[in-house]
Design a protein around this ligand. Structure first.
Ligand code: 4AD
Ligand code: MG
Length: 430
């Protein structure tokens, strides 16, 4: 007899199978008990009958509480009325544990309560569906990059210097020396792409963001491709292709999860190249027309990004930001050195920035000047400057924020639902 995952039951019609899982719901109707079981892959209804089971086993089934852990053996039957289209006629039952009174019942709970019970809330259909879509996004992104000749190279988490400004660094004590949790793997990836051509890193990144928003986590995962001999135009085309590939993979493989989340996928279906592009300066004009009190040189926050995204049905690139509001390593625009060759990709439906990317400075003297202008300690960046001495080439890359992307694709109202154990401002339990 086969040990089967519920999602695969369709291949075992009229066969005897073993399924292990947890009780999602129980309905007792005299001689019959309906057990709705989840195993992480899907839900299935199992029917326990007094006729098939011993008195003892039947009574045991009748005592099962929500989230009790169990294993059933039985025959798979087709039933169009049942969840998933199948049911199992139980022939024997093994109970691992009868669950204590489970804190999360099907009734509505407040966010405080649910996040305090995060370790249990992840079992809900809602969070499980999001986590499965997250897994598909990661898998699709890797498949895409691997197929395009990228090598995954892992970059360090413990670092001696900042990548994205010094205001959001998590400082730690490294045997008496100050060190920081990585804000981005980019600087190391610039070295890696000079070794391997096209690389990406995918790992956790850390920002001590002191604002409480629906878009910021203190610990989030970033996918960071970096490419030698690639300039900003090509960099954006790769981002476009990557996003389209990810969205189409999720639409293809996660339709059940999107349905569980009640996601309206009409906007996702429109995610096809090319994405609209507008310059920062044009964006400022448009925002002013919409009544925003903003001047050239101000950075955009969530309300501005949402307003820009509402002008388009697809994700939109905002390009050519002023150098003053961007990181030190971005390549100035040759036609106007006040601007840098960068783009933020703003998701559709008001989800804000999902990608930040740019062409990097490849000239030694210019980079050294920028490091000094940004008051960064030059010694700490010596190795980074070296890259501009030994076979320097134009190169570009970007960082895709995984949780922002999950939030957008799943249509969520808060980023805390996009990762199993979110790290929020003043919240680190559980
Ligand atoms: O725009 P950012 O700061 O870019 C970088 O870190 C570059 N070094 C990446 C690169 O070029 N290799 O961050 C990239 C993305 C943002 O677009 C956003 O999606 C996400 O990371 N992000 C966050 N997501 C959740 N919580 C936060 N606090 C985030 N900060 C950035
Ligand atoms: Mg950014």
């Amino acid at each position: 007899m086969s040990k089967v995952m519920i999602k695969d039951l369709g291949s075992f019609m009229e066969k005897k199978v073993k399924v292990s899982g947890w009780l999602y719901n129980r309905t007792s109707k005299g001689k019959l008990i309906f057990l709705l079981i989840r195993d992480g892959s899907a839900l299935v209804q199992a029917i326990v009958s007094r006729q098939t089971l011993s008195e003892e086993q039947f009574n045991l089934a009748d005592k099962l509480t929500q989230e009790s852990s169990l294993e059933i053996m039985g025959v798979v039957r087709e039933d169009n009325r049942a969840v998933g289209g199948y049911e199992i006629e139980v022939e024997s039952l093994k109970v691992f544990q009868i669950c204590d009174s489970y804190p999360i019942s099907p009734k509505e709970h407040g966010v405080e309560f649910l996040t305090f019970h995060q370790h249990l809330w992840i079992r809900s259909q809602h969070i499980s569906s999001i986590l499965k879509i997250r897994a598909e996004i990661i898998s699709a992104a890797r498949n895409f990059l691997n197929s395009q000749g990228f090598y995954q190279v892992d970059t360090p988490i413990l670092t001696p210097s900042a990548c994205e400004g010094t205001s959001t660094l998590f400082k730690i004590d490294y045997f008496g020396e100050p060190a920081y949790l990585a804000q981005s793997g980019q600087l190391y990836n610039e070295a890696n792409c000079m070794a391997l051509g096209k690389v990406y890193t995918f790992g956790p990144t850390f920002r001590a963001e002191k604002s409480r928003t629906k878009r910021h986590l203190m610990e989030f995962w970033m996918l960071e491709p970096e490419m030698a001999f690639v300039e900003q135009e090509e960099n954006m085309s790769i981002q476009e292709e990557l996003i389209c590939f990810i969205v189409s993979s999720v639409l293809k493989k996660c339709s059940n999860e999107l349905t569980t989340l009640k996601r309206d996928v009409s906007f996702l279906k429109k995610v096809q190249p090319p994405f609209p592009r507008l310059t920062y300066s044009r964006a400022v004009e448009l925002l002013r027309e919409k009544g925003f009190d903003i001047k050239w040189g101000d950075d955009f926050g969530a309300p501005q990004e949402t307003a820009i995204s509402s002008l388009h049905e697809k994700p939109v690139f905002i390009t050519h930001y002023p150098a003053t509001i961007k990181a030190f390593y971005m390549q100035p625009d040759i036609d106007n050195p006040e601007l840098v060759l960068c783009a933020d990709l703003i998701a559709s439906e008001g989800y804000g920035e999902i990608i930040g990317g740019s062409q990097r400075i490849h000239d030694y003297n210019l980079l050294k000047k920028k490091i000094n202008e940004h008051n960064l300690p030059e010694e700490a960046y010596q190795w980074y400057l070296d890259l501009r001495k030994y076979g320097s080439v134009p190169h570009s890359g970007f960082g895709l924020g995984l949780e922002r992307t999950v939030s957008w694709i799943c249509g969520l109202s808060h980023i805390r639902e996009t990762i199993a154990f979110p790290r929020m401002l003043d919240k680190i339990y559980p």
